[in-house]
Structures are given as C-alpha cells and as structure tokens.
Design a protein around this ligand. Structure first.
Ligand SMILES: [Zn+2]
Ligand SMILES: [Zn+2]
Length: 322
C-alpha cells in the first residue's frame, strides 16, 4: 500500500488571515505529489511543509476564482528557475490555459504543461490516472463553473496465503512472484496453480475527495461516496446560511450533511470565512450531523488510513438524493 498523506496548505476563503492562507491541499502518495488548488502563496506553504515543488506531477484546480489559482503563475516561474524539465499536468476549467498564456513571460516556460481543460457542461470523468490510482472530476454548484475531485487508489490484490501455497506445493520464488503479479503458473509435475487459488481477498485502495467551492450538491455527494477522507468547504456557520446560499458556499452543517449522505468516514472542514478566526464553532455545528469532523489545520499531515475507530461501525449512507 502506498502511504497516503494529505497536507492542507491553505484553509482560507477569499479574505486571508495572518496565519490562514488561500486554498491548496497537497496529497502525497508513495513519494508522489499531487496538488489540489493553488491559491496565492502556495509555493511558500509547500516550503514550510517540507514538500518539494518539482515533485508535483499533476495539479487540479477547482475553478478560476483568484483565491484558488493565483499562486500558480508564481509556482510555475519558480519551477522554471530551478531548471524543472518534467512535464506538469494541469487539470482545471476551460480558460485556464488562456489565462496563463496571457501573462507576460509564460511563453518562455522551459518545461511542458499538459492541460486537461474541462468545459462547462462536463458531466463526470477520470481526468488523470496511473497504474496505481485515478482522479475523477465532477461539477459542483458554485457561482462560476467549478469541479471537485476524488483521488482513488486502485484496488490492490490480496496477500498470498502461506498455507495454500504449502498445500499446493508452490515453493519456487519465481512462481511466487508470478502468482503475486496475477499470473497462473505450471508446476514441474504439470499442475496449474491460479492466483485465486492462493490469494486472500483484494484490498480496497484509499480514497480522498476535495469538494470546494460549492453549495451542498449531487457532484459533491457522488465524489465523497464511501470516501476515507472528505475535505469539504465550510465557509459559514448556520447563522450566516443566507450568505452561503447567496455566494454559492456551504455551512459547516451542510458540509457534514454531505459527508453523512455519502457515507464518508472522516470529514475535514476548510475554506473558512475570515469572520471565524477560530473554526471551533463550525466544527461544533458539523458534529451535530457528522461526528467524525475536524477543522483542517494548515501544514498538519492527515492520513486517510486513520479510521480505526470507524472500521467497527462504519457510518450508514442515507439513500442518495440525486
Ligand atoms: Zn474560494
Ligand atoms: Zn469560489
């Protein structure tokens, strides 16, 4: 299993505080690095987190409001300065490439940018994949075209069962490797052993959903279905629910409703309005609906594997309201 760590780099809504930065979340997976959103100052937060920007292989932008992407030109300029040569994948709403191209100096970018632009009207799809994981996008419900993302590690094969191997007389190391890789082997006496004869149940991969900025919506619920860790915006408390509706945001309680409806295991709240220097009120409101809720702390490392307390009694998903 790849070790997956989520590091919020910025948890602020459109008005930053001295110690609260614009939206960005880093996801480390087995030494690889993905970035979700890139608000102004993200490259400094990467430095503070001890994460090396040249290791980022793909960057996923939710929408083109400044608080979610103004850090990108600066990050690209820095990567150019340090001689970065590897292609960088940029996923985001249509218009991203044109916005970047309009900036003086961007035409001299010394490494390839691979754009995956999503058009308004985009329904759902895998926007990035490797042999080990996929990233899915779905539209959210904000004031401009916005997408959320779900990182999903692929299902991993189960372990070989020593008793079964012994019973069938499989001892050769090369045979073990082939079985582990999912291939049948033929033993010296002519018998064939299939992987399913000697392998335990497959293991579901870890998952993470990034849902911001949005009203509670179908796209968010679907991205978060059964997810290990859901990062959902919680810009306002219930007292300002009218503002949330007006500005296309969610209250903490609404974010918790999404986590609950989707059967998520754990909820991290983020994208806090500056009117809550202490997000404790937001956490308290959310917990009335979904107990396993925390406020995302910038530069804190969260592991989607940390679900021991929930494994015994996983939350029951509500009937999805689509
Ligand atoms: Zn925002
Ligand atoms: Zn926004």
């Amino acid at each position: 299993m790849g070790t997956t760590t989520l590091i919020p780099l910025g948890t602020s809504a459109a008005l930053p505080l001295r110690n609260r930065h614009f939206s960005a979340v880093a996801l480390q997976w087995a030494g690889r690095l993905l970035l979700f959103d890139c608000g102004e100052g993200t490259q400094f937060q990467l430095l503070r987190a001890g994460l090396k920007a040249p290791r980022i292989e793909a960057l996923f932008l939710t929408h083109l409001h400044g608080d979610h992407w103004y850090g990108l030109p600066g990050l690209l300029a820095t990567l150019g300065m340090v001689g970065h040569a590897r292609p960088l994948t940029l996923v985001g709403p249509h218009g991203l490439a044109a916005c970047l191209a309009a900036l003086p100096g961007m035409d001299a970018q010394p490494f390839p940018l691979l754009f995956v632009e999503l058009d308004e009207g985009f329904g759902q799809g895998i926007v990035y994949e490797t042999a080990a994981f996929t990233v899915e996008a779905r539209p959210l419900a904000h004031t401009v075209f916005t997408v959320g993302y779900r990182f999903q590690e692929r299902t991993r094969p189960g372990n070989l069962i020593p008793d079964a191997l012994r019973h069938l007389g499989v001892t050769d190391y090369a045979h073990l490797r082939q079985l582990k890789a999912g291939h049948a082997v033929t033993l010296p006496d002519g018998r064939t052993v299939r992987p399913q004869d000697v392998t335990g149940p497959s293991k579901p991969g870890v998952s993470f959903a990034y849902v911001t900025d949005t009203r509670p919506c179908e796209g968010g619920r679907l991205l978060a279905r059964g997810v290990d860790l859901l990062y959902h915006e919680a810009t306002f408390a219930e007292a300002h629910r009218d503002r949330a509706v007006e500005t296309g945001h969610s209250t903490a309680r609404e974010a918790a409703g999404v986590a609950r409806a989707a059967g998520a295991r754990r909820l991290l709240l983020g994208h806090f309005s500056a009117r809550y220097p202490d997000p404790a009120v937001l956490v308290a409101e959310a917990r009335t609906v979904f107990q396993n809720t925390e406020a995302a702390m910038e530069l804190e490392a969260y592991s989607p594997h940390e679900n021991e307390e929930d494994v015994a009694s996983p939350p029951q998903p509500d009937t999805p309201r689509l």
